[in-house]
Design a protein. Structure first.
Length: 422
């Protein structure tokens, strides 16, 4: 087996929904010396050093932090942290399933496995009333390994939106195989590669009960409802391996820098073009994928696909999106978007990149300026050349009742609380 094939197989097998562990990498750096790089006036407080494979997080109105673990720890997939006299402690754990999505809305905690979504009633003390008997509101979703994280978002009208990632890179007959053609039409799009809408108060819903809200998305781990304009938004994980699979059409430099990671405003019926199209940030347009006859310039059927609001560098792997509504941070941050980039694995021979949290200012539901790096330094002190070598990998974002921003890491299990002016 070639080195590339070994690494590809190892990475894809462990990549499920954006989580990646590197069995052939080591890290001798010390967490004790680590400091995040933040704008002037901001401070990072460590909530917990090493909890588990932390994915998305939610903060309750009483300040309790609910953490969804990708894999269960001691048989539990949801951990609850509370500030007890200046130190966060685990006060509860429950849920016998791993996964990514977690949210709190209107007296309920919502959490997802890789194939189902549950909800838990909060009691008068604002805690989960019966952690051992949740209501199963969605079941039977596609869970085939790659891109299986079910991120969730809730609107203000009793609806929940679920990302169902495509278990494929570009819908080839043989996934990630040189020379294998793309399936046309792509059968994956019937039950994955899009967002489905369900009701929050109905039990055991599946595809036939939901609404196929949008299609043509490869994987939207970052998903959030923007309350200022009542609209769904998401961040796209773009496709991989252009040069690996089509060396006659793409250089390694092009493969490392294409396609752009797309920021979507999602409307009912949106079609963003995957797997037939990808976004070329240099050309500022969607072009036809090589599996479907593209050469890096042809547009073809991509001409009428929905376009992104903006795009970010390739392979940064956006894993969370959060619209900030608090008052702790300066006024420019209000209603703007924070995005957690998990970091790349396939930018070789260029250095790996991403591993940061950025901010995008918004006005009237649209970006009103370029993105700026908000939190950086997650990679550590050494240059990251290969996958799995970053010290930390940002994954989840949450806003606290006081307006603080929380950031989770799924590499070592750390969580930070970002405050301003304190």
């Amino acid at each position: 087996m070639s080195t590339f094939q070994f690494r590809k197989n190892t990475l894809i097998a462990l990549f499920a929904g954006g989580t990646i562990m590197c069995s052939f990498c080591t890290d001798r750096r010390s967490a004790a010396d680590f400091q995040l790089k933040l704008p002037t006036g901001f401070k990072a407080i460590t909530v917990v050093e090493k909890l588990g494979v932390n994915r998305h997080i939610a903060v309750n109105s009483n300040g309790d932090i609910y953490v969804k673990l990708n894999r269960t720890k001691d048989g539990k997939g949801i951990y609850v942290l509370r500030d007890v006299i200046g130190k966060y402690e685990v006060i509860k754990s429950f849920g016998d399933y791993g996964g990514t999505g977690i949210a709190i809305k209107n007296g309920y905690l919502y959490a997802s496995s890789n194939s189902e979504v549950f909800r838990y009633k909060l009691n008068s003390s604002n805690e989960v009333a019966d952690p051992d008997h949740p209501e199963k509101i969605i079941t039977g979703l596609v869970d085939e390994g790659e891109h299986n994280a079910k991120s969730i978002a809730l609107d203000n009208s009793g609806n929940i939106f679920v990302n169902i990632g495509a278990p494929s890179n570009a819908c080839q007959v043989l996934d990630r195989t040189k020379g294998s053609p793309g399936q046309d039409p792509c059968p994956i799009l019937q039950k994955a590669g899009g967002v489905w809408e369900f009701k929050v108060n109905k039990l055991n819903q599946s595809y036939e009960n939901g609404i196929h809200y949008c299609t043509g998305t490869r994987n939207l781990v970052g998903l959030d409802w923007n309350n200022s304009v009542n609209q769904l938004y998401a961040m796209q994980h773009g496709r991989d391996q252009l040069a690996d699979l089509y060396p006659d059409k793409y250089t390694t430099d092009q493969s490392a820098n294409l396609p752009g990671e797309e920021f979507f405003e999602i409307k009912k019926g949106s079609d963003f073009g995957w797997p037939y199209c990808y976004y070329d940030e240099n050309q500022k347009r969607k072009v036809l994928g090589p599996e479907y006859g593209g050469d890096g310039n042809k547009i073809g059927r991509c001409a009428d696909k929905d376009q992104p609001l903006m795009a970010f560098p390739a392979h940064w792997a956006p894993n969370e999106l959060l619209f900030y509504t608090g008052n702790m941070f300066p006024a420019k941050y209000r209603n703007g978007a924070f995005i957690a980039f998990h970091g790349s694995w396939n930018r070789a021979p260029e250095p790996q990149a991403g591993f940061k949290v950025v901010f995008v200012p918004f006005k009237n539901g649209k970006p009103s300026g370029n993105y700026e790096v908000f939190a950086d330094g997650f990679m550590g002190t050494e240059s990251v050349k290969g996958p799995g070598q970053a010290m930390y990998r940002p994954c989840g974002l949450a806003e606290g009742p006081d307006g603080a921003l929380y950031i989770s890491d799924d590499s070592k299990g750390r969580i930070w609380k970002i405050v301003y002016g304190k």
